[in-house]
Design a protein around this ligand. Structure first.
Ligand SMILES: NC(=O)c1ccc[n+]([C@@H]2O[C@H](COP(=O)([O-])OP(=O)(O)OC[C@H]3O[C@@H](n4cnc5c(N)ncnc54)[C@H](O)[C@@H]3O)[C@@H](O)[C@H]2O)c1
Length: 436
């Protein structure tokens, strides 16, 4: 078997993680090049995967000028760059593992769909949670028919107070004008994709409510400063103090927080404090940065068969987690992702309680060695599935096609539209127009 040859476009945190599959399965995947405007990241990737400077390109566009020189692309650029960087490469016929969200507008969603149809590329969006044993196990139970026909799905994603602050207030996704992605797109396109995957039907109607509750600038504590470690008297008490989040816990979200110190090999704690006092975006007061994203949003969906589903995205919780409750005509599945187990309950009129209950845990379901990385082991299983698909092997039950991902992303944009207009959005015509 010749390994599939891949080039990284956007050598950031995510792409390097996926490329790491080449270290555990070198017979299947070889990383042969990189495109990234950041010279430090190009050099680091070349060193890590062992290729020369002739395979380092300054951008996706420069790489595209070479023609097709590998089997596929791992595109880990930022949200708003996904379509512009993918366009020239898809036209050359590259297959692609593409980070979510793959588009930042409905128009971009349909453009990527049409491009992949026209050039026949295999494009897989990195919906890694489908590969986590927890969700895959749930999908298997649904497919077995044990709980009957699914007619209601209740999902919640709780985003912890430190996660919401680092990513969706101070960080890369705090300001929608700069990042082009509402929090629902950046955080929950996974959850909406899973909602569709678990239900397996077309969504038709969407409504949504939400907004900014915690991080409303009007709630800035009286007397607080602009930078926690520079001028804020509440630095030791505030729940969102940059000191509490990132100096008392320098490892917490380190891959986002210390980006601005990447040029220093091992920054000292003094250098970290100085960066938070001066130019590090994560040193800003959460009520006094250019944040304009929601911090909580509720999405409700009705499917073509009349089934319903809801997703609560709630930022600012003590602990982050995902929960799910799926109700079918013969039973239900209920579980929390972090418990590494879920419960299946079936209707049994003859039983003293009226039901039977069993617990499905990862241990009995699949190994938990951690070799397959984050997202419950989903990260590298997704890469494995994509590479297997390029070898012509049958798709796993977790595999997503570009058409599946299109529906999930459309739900996000429809929810944004519904929230802004306080109206129900009818998706039927737009789906029909694009053959979905
Ligand atoms: N699947 C998941 O669960 C998951 C989790 C977190 C983040 N993400 C997504 O992953 C993506 C990447 O996030 P990240 O934190 O790794 O980003 P990052 O900022 O670390 O990396 C992006 C890289 O793209 C490079 N880049 C910019 N313009 C480019 C161009 N024209 N050509 C080539 N490279 C270019 C940048 O220099 C940077 O190195 C985002 O879209 C994010 O939403 C997905």
């Amino acid at each position: 078997m010749n390994p599939k040859r891949a080039i990284i476009v956007g050598a950031g945190h995510r792409a390097l993680l996926y490329a790491g599959y080449s270290k555990i399965a070198p017979e299947k995947l070889q990383i042969v090049g990189v495109a990234d405007p950041n010279p430090l990241r190009r050099e680091a990737a070349a060193k890590l995967f062992g290729f020369g400077p002739e395979m380092c390109f300054e951008s996706a566009e420069t790489l595209a000028r070479e023609g097709r020189i590998a089997d596929f692309i791992i595109n880990g650029t930022m949200d708003h760059q996904h379509l512009p960087t993918s366009r020239p490469l898809l036209k050359l016929g590259y297959d692609m593992l593409l980070e979510k969200p793959f588009a930042v507008s409905e128009a971009e969603v349909f453009e990527l769909l049409e491009l992949s149809r026209r050039y026949g590329n295999t494009v897989m969006i990195c919906h890694v949670l489908r590969y986590a044993p927890f969700y895959r196990g749930i999908k298997e139970v649904i497919l077995s028919g044990e709980i009957g026909e699914v007619f209601d799905i209740q999902m919640a994603e709780l985003v912890s107070y430190h996660h919401v602050a680092v990513s969706y207030v101070r960080g890369k996704w705090g300001n929608q004008i700069k990042c082009h992605a509402p929090m629902l797109l950046a955080k929950c396109c996974h959850d909406l994709d899973m909602m569709l995957w678990l239900k397996g039907k077309r969504p038709e109607f969407v409504s949504s409510f939400g907004g900014t509750f915690i991080f409303d600038p009007a709630k800035k504590p009286p007397g607080s400063g602009k930078r926690c470690l520079l001028d804020c008297p509440l630095v030791d008490d505030c729940l969102y103090s940059a000191k509490g989040h990132h100096i008392d816990h320098p490892e917490r979200w380190s891959f986002y927080v210390w980006d601005s110190l990447e040029h220093i090999e091992n920054p000292t704690i003094e250098e970290k404090i100085e960066s938070l006092r001066t130019d590090n975006i994560h040193g800003r007061c959460v009520w006094d940065c250019d944040h304009d994203n929601v911090d909580h949003q509720l999405v409700m969906v009705q499917f073509e068969d009349g089934a319903t589903a809801s997703l609560h995205m709630t930022g600012g919780t003590a602990k982050g987690d995902r929960s799910i409750h799926i109700v079918g005509t013969r039973g239900e599945i209920i579980g929390n992702f972090d418990d590494e187990a879920f419960t299946v309950r079936t209707i049994v009129p003859a039983a003293p309680t009226g039901f039977h209950e069993r617990r499905v845990s990862f241990e009995q379901h699949e190994d938990t060695t951690g070799a397959y990385g984050g997202h419950g082991g989903g990260d590298l299983r997704l890469v494995e599935d994509f590479v297997n698909r390029l070898y012509g092997e049958p798709a796993s039950i977790s595999a997503t096609t570009i058409a599946d991902s299109v529906l999930g992303h459309l739900l996000v944009f429809a929810a944004g539209e519904a929230r802004a207009s306080m109206q129900v959005v009818d998706l039927r015509q737009r789906l029909a127009e694009h053959g979905l």
